[in-house]
Ligand binder design. Structure first.
Ligand code: NAD
Length: 260
């Protein structure tokens, strides 16, 4: 059903974004990769997608702090692939600090990358989606779009902002065949989180299993990390025909975290 469509996935050089790109590519979707990283490694990922899935894959280096570069990336997708059908706003960063010490430049960067970048990408993509009468906008938000944790002022503010943006856009495009939904994962098993487990185990003199269950997954009742493939699966469902009337939702993928 998605074969031949084109998707931009921001921040797809690693983690959740890369898994969503692979999941969509597996369905025959052409992919515009984006994100930071080593040029040779990114080229390997791009060529690998084309080879493994027989689709067209390109890379755009837009920095998510730069509105003009974001708009250029959307235009480049249409120019090289013929359309932009799916927009996945995934790029994100984190900083943890008490609010009174929170570095101003970290606040600005997190709001720019985790919130404003989504607005700029949606603003640029919606005219194309309206014209073709079909579109899927996915925001990779977080459980922190729904609830807060201490020391994450900028991240929680940005993700709550994404929740509002998701609903506004959903209402505006509701009669144009376009849906806009947010994915709200709790802890997802990524290389970043794996490193955090090993470090915390060392510092606190605990086993890695203890750190996973009692520290990281303290708020996640299943005591299981979500996998990047599971996030990819939810993204794919929201792109499907079955989900055509699901819009403006905040889809939690959090092992029961927000049920408490
Ligand atoms: P990650 O660090 O593996 O990937 C982040 C991606 O964003 C990378 O490709 C990176 O290059 C890109 N990026 C960062 N700054 C950028 C910039 N200025 N311009 C362009 N690209 C930039 O992280 P991840 O865990 O895969 O996170 C992806 C998204 O999922 C984020 O929005 C994050 O908030 C969200 N999320 C992650 C978890 C988790 O447990 N890992 C949980 C909930 C939500």
């Amino acid at each position: 059903m998605l074969k031949g469509k084109s998707a931009v996935v921001t921040g797809s050089t690693s983690g959740i974004g890369l898994a969503i790109a692979e999941t969509l590519a597996n369905e025959g979707v052409n992919i515009m990769l984006n994100g930071l990283g080593d040029a040779a490694k990114i080229e390997e990922q791009r060529a690998g997608l084309e080879k493994r899935f027989g689709i067209k894959a390109a890379y755009h280096p837009a920095n998510m702090t730069k509105p003009t570069e974001i708009a250029e990336m959307v235009k480049a997708t249409v120019d090289t692939m013929g359309s932009i059908d799916i927009l996945v706003n995934n790029a994100g960063i984190q900083h943890v600090s008490p609010v009174e010490e929170f570095p101003i430049e970290k606040w600005d960067a997190i709001i720019a990358i985790n919130l404003s970048a989504s607005f700029h990408a949606i603003r640029a993509a919606v005219p194309y989606m309206k014209k073709q009468g079909w579109g899927r906008i996915l925001q990779v938000a977080s459980v922190h779009a729904l609830v807060a944790s201490p020391y994450k002022a900028a991240y929680v503010s940005a993700k709550h902002g994404i929740a509002g943006l998701t609903k506004v856009v959903a209402l505006e495009v509701a009669q144009h065949g376009i849906t806009c939904n947010a994915l709200c994962p709790g802890y997802v098993w990524t290389p970043l989180v794996a490193g955090q487990v090993a470090d915390t185990a060392r510092v606190r003199n605990m086993t890695e299993e203890q750190v996973k269950k009692d520290v990281l997954l303290a708020a996640q009742p299943t005591k299981q990390f979500t996998t990047v493939e599971q996030v990819g699966g939810v993204a794919l469902f929201l792109c499907s025909d079955a989900a055509a009337n699901i819009t403006g939702t905040l889809q939690s993928i959090d092992g029961g975290w927000t049920a408490q």
